[in-house]
Design a protein around this ligand. Structure first.
Ligand SMILES: [Fe+2]
Ligand SMILES: [Fe+2]
Length: 300
């Protein structure tokens, strides 16, 4: 999801990676883990469900311990657009829980299932990163180990909070009311706050390195793996949110890479599914449409 063709080159400098993580609970940065400057040229990338995906499926996923591939260097920016989707969802979910009418038990149950679905998608996102990114990053750029360890710590803390969500969701669905809703909503806010911190650090400290140590085929293979885990309703929710976060220029590039069949399916049923999901999860407080994703990336 979110496979985008970069429209401008990204230039990495020492300055970005030499900054110590703002999260003071993490390990201190022990050295520069990237070259002085790297420019990644624009690349074409296979699109979701396209014929190119068949070739992509045959590409080996990166394994820990693998040496740096000769064609290392990829467009890793699409990770940010997936992160934007999570940032936006976790911004609306607490309000959705608080404002769902408690007397509508069926709707309460549907919202709880939706929150769990978003949590499952987030868990899956982190699981893929744990499984495929951190090992090769450490092997190929050992100086990045402190950053990798920080990412793992964040993932473990998010996972613990996600695990602790179930009893709060059960309490709300079993006995809907102001107290149970507030306890669940506050917990979701706690997940959202930690997640914003983690995503910002990952984009600052890890993503530039990912763009240098993985080949495009490795990166796309993990992206294809990620897409397999989403059911159709999840795909259209994330597909819609990602589209809404893009500038017109990036949206054009994004749409151009989506196969015609998917575009038609989205127009026929997907957009409506996305609208219904967002309406449900936000208790009608958020309408689908463009929003300022960049404004949500700050850690406050
Ligand atoms: Fe992560
Ligand atoms: Fe991530």
């Amino acid at each position: 999801m979110g496979r985008l063709k970069r429209t401008t080159p990204i230039v990495h400098t020492n300055e970005v990676c030499s900054r110590r993580p703002a999260d003071t609970t993490g390990p201190r940065h022990g050295g520069d883990c990237r070259p002085a400057a790297t420019a990644l040229a624009s690349r074409h990338r296979p699109a979701m469900g396209s014929g190119e995906g068949d070739a992509m499926a045959a590409t080996a996923l990166p394994s820990s311990g693998a040496p740096m591939p000769e064609d290392a260097g990829c467009d890793a920016e699409d990770l940010v657009f997936v992160h934007d989707a999570f940032r936006r969802l976790y911004a609306v979910l607490p309000t959705g829980v608080r404002k769902t009418p408690p007397e509508d038990h069926r709707r309460v149950a549907r919202v709880a299932r939706g929150v769990a679905m978003v949590g499952d998608a987030l868990h899956h996102h982190h699981h893929l990163e744990d499984e495929y990114y951190w090992g090769p990053m450490q092997t190929r750029r050992p100086a990045c180990t402190p950053h990798v360890e920080l990412m793992k710590q964040h993932h473990a803390r998010v996972a613990a909070l996600l695990d602790a969500s179930a009893p709060l969701a059960d309490a709300w669905t079993t006995n809907p009311g102001a107290g149970t809703a507030e306890a669940f909503a506050a917990h979701i806010e706690e997940i959202g706050a930690l997640l914003r911190l983690h995503l910002a650090r990952e984009e600052e400290l890890a993503l530039p390195v990912m763009g240098e140590v993985f080949s495009q085929s490795e990166w796309d293979a993990v992206g294809a793996q990620a897409q397999k885990a989403y059911d159709r309703s999840q795909i259209f929710l994330f597909f819609g949110i990602i589209q809404d976060s893009l500038t017109p220029e990036r949206l054009d590039a994004f749409i151009a890479e989506v196969p015609a069949a998917i575009r038609i399916l989205y127009r026929l049923i997907g957009r409506r599914q996305y609208e219904r999901s967002l309406d449900l999860l936000s208790a009608g407080t958020v309408r689908p449409g463009p929003y300022d994703a960049a404004a949500r990336r700050g850690v406050g």
